[in-house]
Structure formats: structure tokens, C-alpha cells
Design a protein around this ligand. Structure first.
Ligand code: ZN
Length: 482
């Protein structure tokens, strides 16, 4: 008679990194006794001084939570599986005796926390024991990192592979003008350390992927989603559900923000809310649509607040609630959100049991075996060719499909301006017999415009690769970029 015991990530350091251990016992108590004899270090993490299972450790036999049964006397069958599930917020060492102590300097530093009954010495030590991973060190990540550092979260991980750009500084307050060109990781680490030298900062210079997400998330108690694209949002969500780690979610667009806490034990996940991603191109990114600079500050601070509450076990977390913030109206709305029993990831019969290809899921690349998507399959010219034809005085139309407020920032002289959204009803303004050279900011919208124009019989429409940004880089570098 033998059973499998699943060892949770935080405890694997005591089982020679094994995630499963084979035992053979007549009851759960037998099985756990064998386990702790083989791995004596585990004992003090599972049992208190009186030899009772610690209250933050749940034991499941197969899918059954045995807390309400006879607990450790639960008899075991030949093929039963035992899972040890420690509560996640605060991680494994939440027993007060095992929490790290505070130095004198820290007591002074956190004094405004310590006099809050909801925090106190114990809560502050929980914060010190806690670990939070922030995915992205941009608009949302900046305030998250600064406030988590100030609050005394002991270990903060940052995942990012970007470099600080001048256009980031309008909202990414962890970075300064002197940081332009530096890795965001380095700049963010310096900002965190400047606020609080006690924090352990782990840097991961990588794009989050299905290959690395579980490994990156595993050592942390809480994951903060500070990403800016749909494939990564679904990836963060699914990895959090699979690992049973709360996901403090936030997103921003123009003047509106959203926040929630997903993937807690009984709470809903991002897929319960949005089972399917929007089709590519429907929802513009912040780079295309713009974002009010203070907006990520507000939403990021909400994410940090929720992370701190989860660690402290204080208040009512934003679980099962979806918060929507409108900066122009200065209004918060709250929607109720339930876990969907049919959810493919966190539902009763999940179909997604491992991380998938999220670019494909979000329609950003064709499924294997499918024919290549026609997107982008339009004739293209380079900006040098556009310049040559303008200089030669060719009888051409250069069509700019950006929005009027973008034209105000920078434009090529003498172009015809029709925003992409107005193009279908303004086709009469264009001459079908002429070469039509179409551009936008970077080439995405103009590719759609060329596809549309060609469908409407403008056979001489071509896309200008790289758009106005390529034009400024290579033809008129004295002009502004945005
Ligand atoms: Zn779900």
C-alpha cells in the first residue's frame, strides 16, 4: 500500500526539491509521520510545538479537504494522493515564532504602521517575511514597486526586459530623466533601494513566457500583473491559477482603469471575467491610444494596497469584485464577479491544465497548420522610397491615416489626412488612378488601410513600412517623435 504526497513549492526546500514523495500509511497521520521522518526539517513547518498540524496548513486527500473530517485519522487507500496546501498569503513562515524580527531602525521606519492595530509588530513582520513578484516595471509597476518597498515587503521580484525611454517618464515614476537608456530593472532596483535598503530585490531580465512563468512565480507569495498586452495577461492569470497564487490585477487605458484580485482559493480568475481575448487590433494599446500619466499611479497603488492586505489578512480583499475607475468623471464603479464553474482554467472541470501558447490564443499568430494570416500581406515600400518619389515630384497621393491630434505632433509636408476610422466613408476623396502611399505612426493602421483600399479597388495602394517614426528616424531627424 503506498500513496503519493504532493509537496507545495515553499516546502520543497526541505524535501531535496522533490515535488512528490512516496509513502505508505494506513492513515494520514501515518503517512505524514513517515514523511517527516524522512525529511525531519519539514516537521516544524507542518506541526506546532504541541504536535498539532499548523492552522495554515490544509491537507487534502485526493480532492477532499479533510479539515472537517477526522483529519489525521482519515484512513488511506492504496492509491490515494495527499496534498499539503499551505495558505499562500504571507507564505510558509506565517507562524509568529518564525517571522523575521525587526531591527531598531526598522521599528522607527515603520512606526506609523506599527501603531495601526491591523498591522502592528506581527503584521509588519509578515510584510518582511512576504515576497511579491511584479511583472513589468512600467506605468503600473512603478508605483507598485515604490509603495511595496516603502511598506517593507521583504522580497520583491521584478520581471522586465525593457529600457527606459523618454516617452515613459510621463507616468513611469520609478524612472528619472538620468535613467533614459538604462535597463528598467536597474533603474527600478535603484529606486526601491533608495527608499528602503532592507528590501531584497530579485531582477529577471526576460519576457514572461509559457516556458518560464511557473518557475519565476513559484518562489513568490503574490503576483502583481503590471503588463500591457493580452497574451501576457492571460499567461499571468493561468500561471497564478495553476500555482494557486493570488494575482493583483490592474489595467489602464486613456482615462479609465480596472483592478481586481484574481486566482485566490475560491475567487474568480481573469478568464471567468474574460473567457476570450478581444480580436487583435480591436483594443488599441496605450502606445496607440494614449494614457493619462497619473492613471497608472492610481491603479498601481490599488494593486499594492491589495497585495499588502492579502499579506496582512486584513480587511476585505478585492476578490470577486471588479473595480472600474473613470478619471474624467472621478468615479469608481464596482461590479460583482463570480467564479465561473465552467471556466477553462479555474472551473470545476478545467481543460487548461498547463500553460499554452498565448500569442496564438490571442490570435496574434496563426495556429499550427493554418495558412498564414493575410494581415501584413500588403505591398510595402520603405521611407527612403517615399522620400525619393516626393522629391521627384511624382504624381502620387501620400495618405496619412493617423488621428488629427497625432498630426499636430508631427507630419510629412503635403500629405492627405484621413483617419483610419473615417476612411470607408471618405473613399471618394481619393483618386483611384494614382499611386497611393499610405502611412500611420508605425505601420499597423496603414496596413489595415491598404487592405481596405485594395478591397475597394485602389489597386495602387501601398504601405509605408515603419510609418512616421521611421520617417523621422531616417529622413527628417530634426522632427519630433511620440
Ligand atoms: Zn476562472
Amino acid at each position: 500500500m503506498s500513496q503519493i504526497v504532493h509537496i507545495p513549492t515553499p516546502l520543497r526546500q526541505y524535501t531535496d526539491k522533490l515535488d512528490t514523495v512516496q509513502v505508505s500509511g494506513a492513515t494520514v497521520a501515518d503517512a505524514l509521520a513517515q514523511l517527516t521522518t524522512t525529511y525531519p526539517e519539514l516537521k516544524k513547518h507542518l506541526y506546532n510545538e504541541q504536535g498539532k498540524l499548523r492552522h495554515f496548513v490544509n491537507i487534502y486527500v485526493n480532492d477532499e479537504d479533510i479539515r472537517y473530517l477526522q483529519k489525521e485519522q482519515t484512513p488511506l487507500g492504496a492509491t490515494d494522493t495527499i496534498s499539503i496546501i499551505p495558505s499562500v498569503a504571507g507564505g510558509c513562515p506565517t507562524a509568529t515564532a518564525e517571522l523575521p524580527s525587526l531591527e531598531q531602525e526598522e521599528v522607527a521606519r515603520y512606526s506609523r504602521h506599527l501603531i495601526l492595530p491591523e498591522v502592528g509588530m506581527e503584521g509588519q513582520r509578515k510584510l518582511k517575511a512576504a515576497s511579491v513578484l511584479c511583472v513589468g516595471a512600467g506605468g503600473l509597476g512603478s508605483p507598485v514597486l515604490l509603495y511595496l518597498a516603502a511598506a517593507g515587503i521583504g522580497r520583491i521580484g521584478i520581471v522586465d526586459f525593457d529600457v527606459v525611454d523618454l516617452s515613459n517618464l510621463q507616468r513611469q515614476v520609478a524612472h528619472g530623466t538620468d535613467d533614459i537608456g538604462r535597463r528598467k530593472l536597474d533603474s527600478a532596483r535603484d529606486a526601491v533601494k533608495a527608499i528602503n535598503p532592507h528590501i531584497q530585490v530579485d531582477l529577471y531580465e526576460t519576457a514572461l513566457s509559457s516556458q518560464n512563468a511557473l518557475e519565476l512565480f513559484a518562489p513568490y507569495d503574490i503576483i502583481i500583473d503590471g503588463t500591457d498586452n493580452f497574451p501576457t495577461r492571460y499567461l499571468v492569470n493561468d500561471a497564478c491559477v495553476l500555482l494557486g497564487k493570488p494575482n493583483a490585477y490592474g489595467s489602464i487605458f486613456r482615462f479609465e482603469g480596472q483592478a481586481s484580485v484574481f486566482a485566490t482559493k475560491d475567487g474568480p480568475c481573469y478568464r471567468c471575467l474574460y473567457p476570450e481575448p478581444p480580436p487583435p487590433g480591436l483594443v488599441p494599446s496605450c502606445a496607440e491610444g494614449g494614457v493619462l500619466g497619473v492613471l497608472p499611479g492610481i491603479i498601481g497603488v490599488i494593486q499594492a494596497t491589495e497585495a499588502i492586505k492579502l499579506i496582512l489578512g486584513a480587511g476585505e480583499p478585492l476578490v470577486g469584485r471588479f473595480l472600474i475607475y473613470d478619471a474624467l468623471k472621478m468615479k469608481f464603479r464596482e461590479l460583482k464577479l463570480r467564479r465561473d464553474p465552467e471556466c477553462p482554467v479555474c472551473g470545476d472541470n478545467p481543460t487548461v491544465k498547463a500553460l499554452i501558447d498565448y500569442e496564438q490564443f490571442c490570435g496574434l499568430k496563426p495556429a499550427p497548420g493554418a495558412t498564414a494570416a493575410p494581415v501584413g500581406a500588403v505591398p510595402v515600400i520603405e521611407v527612403e522610397e517615399l522620400k525619393r518619389r516626393i522629391d521627384a515630384g511624382d504624381d502620387i497621393i501620400v495618405l496619412d491615416v493617423r488621428e488629427p491630434h497625432e498630426i499636430d505632433i508631427v507630419r510629412i509636408e503635403g500629405t492627405t489626412v484621413i483617419p483610419l476610422g473615417e476612411l470607408p466613408r471618405r473613399l471618394d476623396e481619393l483618386d483611384r488612378t494614382k499611386d497611393l502611399l499610405v502611412h500611420c505612426k508605425v505601420g499597423g493602421r496603414s496596413a489595415k488601410a491598404v487592405t481596405l483600399l485594395r478591397e475597394q479597388g485602389f489597386d495602387r495602394a501601398v504601405n509605408v513600412a515603419g510609418g512616421i517614426l521611421a520617417w523621422v528616424d531616417r529622413i527628417e531627424p530634426h522632427k519630433s517623435k511620440y
